[in-house]
Structure formats: structure tokens, C-alpha cells
Design a protein around this ligand. Structure first.
Ligand SMILES: Cc1cc2nc3c(=O)[nH]c(=O)nc-3n(C[C@H](O)[C@H](O)[C@H](O)COP(=O)(O)O)c2cc1C
Length: 159
């Protein structure tokens, strides 16, 4: 089974860190979802912009993915939590790319309020979501892991 890890990571590199942990353990390729226009401003400003985008259903433009989804059987997709749901950029990705027929594993990083992220993503994915996992970082929006690293490693071994 060929696996592609796809992630979006903006604020602290937390989601990227988890994606890279998976990549180092699981035979896979990896691709980052990138916005055409980077978010700018302070963390607080981006949190506010994110709130507006989530409320308005804004889908920021993204660059074409560096890997071809058709070449893979399994997609492991990771998002940071933005206002209790997926980052708007990941919404753009799910709108633009068809995951039907793929085995899909979802993960999210968050600061203590995981919200309805996975439920919302499942609604947009026509593929077969086989499992999901939430990883907590600190509640101040920093990069300190709260979820036990051993637990994360165990999850990764099970993939
Ligand atoms: C715009 C924005 C909104 C956020 N909303 C939430 C939230 O609703 N719940 C939560 O637990 N954390 C929230 N956070 C914190 C991030 O989900 C968390 O720090 C995540 O690990 C950041 O991942 P990244 O470094 O890969 O971007 C938010 C952060 C940002 C920038």
C-alpha cells in the first residue's frame, strides 16, 4: 500500500512536526499544503483572521500539491485546529482534491479545544476514513506537546 502524508501547518510547525514523525516511521511520501499568499501579522492577528475565515467559510487559494494523489492508496491528512474546525486552507484542499476510493487517516493538532474538526472533515471527504487522532499542544498556542509522546509513537506504530 502506498501512503502519502499531507499536512497543513501554520502557526508553530506543530502539525508539520507530527507529519514528519509519521514520515520517519511509516514508509510514505509527504506533501505540504501551502497557501498562495502566506498569513501575515502577529499570532493574535492570525487568530482573528482565522475566526473571520472560519465564520465566512473562506477558502484561501492553495498551491498545487507537489505529489499526485492518484499514485497513492492511503492518505494521512493532518490539520491544525482553527476555531474548533479544520484550518480554512485544508477546507480548500478537500474542495479541490478528490479522496474517494482512498483509505484516509485524519489527524489534528490543537491547544485543548479539538471541537468538531474530524466530524467536519469526514463530511467533506468522500473516501473511506478509517481512523482519526487528535494531538494536544499547549493551550497558549505554543509548541509544547501535551499529549504523551509515547502515546503518539504508539499511534504511529499502529498505522
Ligand atoms: C487561527 C487559529 C485558531 C485556533 N483555534 C483553535 C481552537 O479552536 N482550538 C484549539 O484547541 N486550538 C486552536 N488554535 C491553536 C492551534 O490549533 C494549535 O496551536 C496547533 O497545534 C497549531 O498547529 P501548527 O503549528 O501546525 O499551525 C488556533 C490557532 C490559530 C492560529
Amino acid at each position: 500500500m502506498k501512503t502519502l502524508i499531507i499536512y497543513y501547518s501554520q502557526a508553530r510547525g506543530n502539525t508539520k512536526r507530527i507529519a514528519e514523525m509519521i514520515h520517519s516511521e511509516v514508509e510514505s511520501d509527504i506533501a505540504e499544503i501551502e497557501t498562495v499568499k502566506p498569513y501575515e501579522g502577529s499570532y493574535e492577528e492570525i487568530v482573528e483572521q482565522g475566526q473571520r475565515e472560519v465564520e465566512n467559510g473562506t477558502m484561501p487559494a492553495i498551491r498545487p500539491l507537489s505529489k499526485k494523489i492518484a499514485d497513492y492508496d492511503r492518505i494521512i491528512l493532518g490539520t491544525p485546529t482553527w476555531w474548533y474546525t479544520m484550518a480554512p486552507t485544508v477546507r480548500t484542499f478537500l474542495d479541490a482534491y478528490d479522496l474517494s476510493g482512498k483509505e484516509v487517516v485524519l489527524f489534528q493538532t490543537h491547544g485543548g479545544w479539538a471541537g468538531h474538526t474530524i466530524k467536519d472533515m469526514k463530511k467533506l471527504i468522500k473516501g473511506n476514513v478509517v481512523s482519526d487522532y487528535a494531538i494536544q499542544f499547549d493551550s497558549t498556542g505554543g509548541d509544547e506537546l501535551v499529549t504523551d509522546i509515547a502515546e503518539i509513537e504508539e499511534w504511529i506504530r499502529g498505522l
